[in-house]
Design a protein around this ligand. Structure first.
Ligand code: TLP
Length: 340
């Protein structure tokens, strides 16, 4: 049986056309700012989200952590939604590299302006100041959920009114764009920094980017160097990212359709699926987690456990509509084997 890999949209392999773009890339030493392909990617990405400048970084984690480091001081508080990637999946980086505390609010990554305002303590030297708000869109732990645009705008306004800077972890920003019909510039407007990943739904092998005004990106640049992320002939990676921006954004709609179909199929085989997928992430639940995990492995379906009783399946560039039908059949056999 060929494995069906739904662990993440990070598992995609570069297409033949992407490999050709990689092979053709003009390169230079990017630590000297001399890689023409990296420079072109940075200009393209900044334009795409309506910002002045951008910096290519190796990972989404480095994008988030350089943005946090560039916009906070030790002891500050960063407010983020419950389950935020910056807290849950970045190995304690914000504490280790920026010496900040993260305070989480709301449910499933979403919160409203009142909840954000309530998280800001009065000005008093006993209190650590909230200097950064970190949003995540789509929200990974929330099941690829997309922010309501009005709520997003209200939260941004509340942050601006209180002089709190805003970082948007847009690892899957283009999934939010495709699902909402709201373009990346509008989502990014009012955010001081916005990052997105090329190595997830967009299907590039490596790379993320941080965008903002020239001043903040200059600071991000310094911390990229400090964190060991200065890359040399990175144009071969930037070429893949440019290729992805050119050809792999609109097709995210296929991944979203596949996720919706998968969710329906999982329900028919007796699994609980919540929330309803909005993008390419499907969260499903089963009390007999260990047994189901064993059976899925036996049937060559790869998914990730996301906490007690919860699994995550992610659709992506290397999963076709017929792979989804095949996966649903294998789920049916796996569930029958444990008699859910
Ligand atoms: N997420 C990965 C794992 O780390 C959980 C995945 O498979 O989904 N922000 C968000 C919202 C992310 O989902 C991720 C990766 C990152 C940042 C970090 O990106 P990388 O893996 O490039 O450091």
């Amino acid at each position: 049986m060929t494995p069906i890999d739904l662990r993440s949209d990070t598992v995609t392999k570069p297409t033949a056309a992407m490999r050709e773009a990689i092979a053709r890339a003009e390169v230079g030493d990017d630590v000297y700012g001399e890689d023409p392909t990296v420079n072109r990617l940075q200009e393209t990405a900044a334009r795409l989200v309506g910002k002045e400048a951008a910096l290519f970084v190796p990972t989404g984690t480095m994008a988030n952590q350089t943005a946090i480091r560039a916009q906070t001081n030790p002891g500050d508080v960063v407010v983020a939604g419950a389950g935020a990637h910056i807290l849950r999946y970045e190995s304690g980086a914000a504490a280790a590299l920026s010496s900040v505390q993260i305070k989480t609010i709301g449910n499933s990554g979403m919160f409203n302006a009142a909840e954000f305002v309530a998280a800001i303590p009065p000005h008093d030297h006993h209190n650590a100041p909230v200097t950064l708000l970190a949003l995540e869109n789509t929200h990974n732990a929330g099941g690829g959920s997309v922010w309501l645009f009005d709520q997003h705008r209200e939260v941004l306004q509340a942050a601006r009114d209180r002089s709190v800077r805003v970082h948007l972890d847009g690892a899957r920003l283009f999934n939010a764009v495709i699902a909402s019909g709201i373009d990346a510039q509008r989502w990014a407007e009012g955010c001081d920094t916005v990052s997105f990943c090329f190595s997830k739904g967009l299907g590039a092998p490596v790379g993320s980017i941080v965008c903002g005004d020239a001043e903040v990106i200059d600071r991000v640049h310094r911390f990229r160097k400090m964190f060991g992320g200065g890359m040399r002939q990175a144009g071969i990676l930037a070429a893949a990212a440019l290729h992805a921006l050119d050809g792999h954004i609109e097709r995210l709609a296929d991944d979203h359709r596949n996720a919706t179909r998968l969710a329906a199929g999982l329900r028919t085989v007796g699994l609980k699926v919540t929330p309803e997928p909005q993008t390419n992430i499907v969260l499903f639940h089963c009390d007999r987690q260990k047994e189901l995990a064993t059976q899925l492995r036996r049937h060559d379906v790869l998914v990730n456990a996301m906490g007690p009783g919860t699994f995550r399946a992610v659709t992506h560039l290397d999963i076709t509509a017929s792979d989804i039908e095949e996966a649903i059949g294998r789920f049916a056999s796996a569930c029958a084997a444990i008699d859910t």
